[in-house]
Design a protein around this ligand. Structure first.
Ligand code: PRP
Ligand code: URA
Length: 227
């Protein structure tokens, strides 16, 4: 049977870069089909973005560092663990905003640093419009949140901002990735691990992911009706 996480039957999962991690969880695949569906309204779409983000984020955080801790149960003292990594969530505005709550449920102590980037529709190049990062990095592990990895321009720009900031370990969390975006990020930043719910077939001539889900920002926020 064809691998339902891949919409490109020609893609050999074994040929994917080792830093690219595709979720294969049945709950992710079920929700992803609903997310893609053109009939899914913004309210349901936002719920699905949140639910899939939680599941993909859970997988991406599997190697977060712990330190040992003693904990007293009502009966006795035992060994426990607490998170040692200071986690930074970096949602890319706008569409990454819908992923933040789910990640904060997983990691309630995470810092949230918003980055405003939009893609110039003509050049497909990212334009930065909001960045309030302090002078030096305040986290050990940064998770960039953006539902869509298309050309990879926005993700690459975000990674560059974080590296200039001094971020040591960076992961990119997406819901849908295009092969072009995975290749661009992997070649510019081979140290950055990418976690995604799907790897789609290709980009169209306007830089949209096929089959994709359309414009992730517009579908979450009910905009783009006049386009
Ligand atoms: C979308 C998406 C990514 C970017 C991906 O944002 O959320 O940030 O495009 O495309 P790329 O990989 O080719 O850079 P968009 O620019 O539409 O902004 P928005 O979230 O404000 O709608
Ligand atoms: N941004 C989106 O929101 N969707 C795409 O398919 C590509 C970039």
């Amino acid at each position: 049977m064809a691998d339902p996480t891949l919409t490109n039957a020609a893609l050999d999962p074994a040929a994917l870069p080792p830093t690219f991690h595709l979720s294969r969880h049945p709950a992710v695949l079920h929700k992803l089909a609903l997310l893609r569906d053109v009939r899914t309204e913004p309210k349901k779409f936002r719920e699905l973005v949140r639910e899939i983000s939680w599941l993909v984020g859970y997988e991406a955080l599997a190697d977060a560092r712990l330190r040992p801790l003693k904990v007293r149960t009502p009966l006795e003292e035992t060994d426990g663990a607490e998170l040692a990594d200071r986690i930074g969530l970096v949602p890319i505005l706008r569409a990454g905003l819908g992923m933040v709550d789910a990640m904060l449920e997983l990691m309630p102590t995470a810092q949230v640093w918003h980055l405003g980037l939009f893609r110039d529709e003509r050049t497909l190049r990212p334009v930065e419009y909001y960045n309030k990062l302090p002078d030096s990095a305040t986290v050990d592990l940064s998770l960039i949140l953006d539902p869509m990895l298309a050309t990879g321009g926005s993700a690459t720009a975000a990674i560059e901002v974080l590296k200039r900031w001094g971020a040591a370990r960076i992961k990119l969390i997406n819901l849908i990735a295009a092969p072009e975006g995975v290749a661009a990020v992997t070649s510019a930043h081979p140290d950055v691990h990418i976690h995604s719910a799907a790897l789609d077939r290709q980009l169209n001539e306007r830089g949209y992911i096929l089959p994709g889900l359309g414009d992730a920002g517009d579908r979450q926020f009910g905009t783009g009706v006049g386009d």
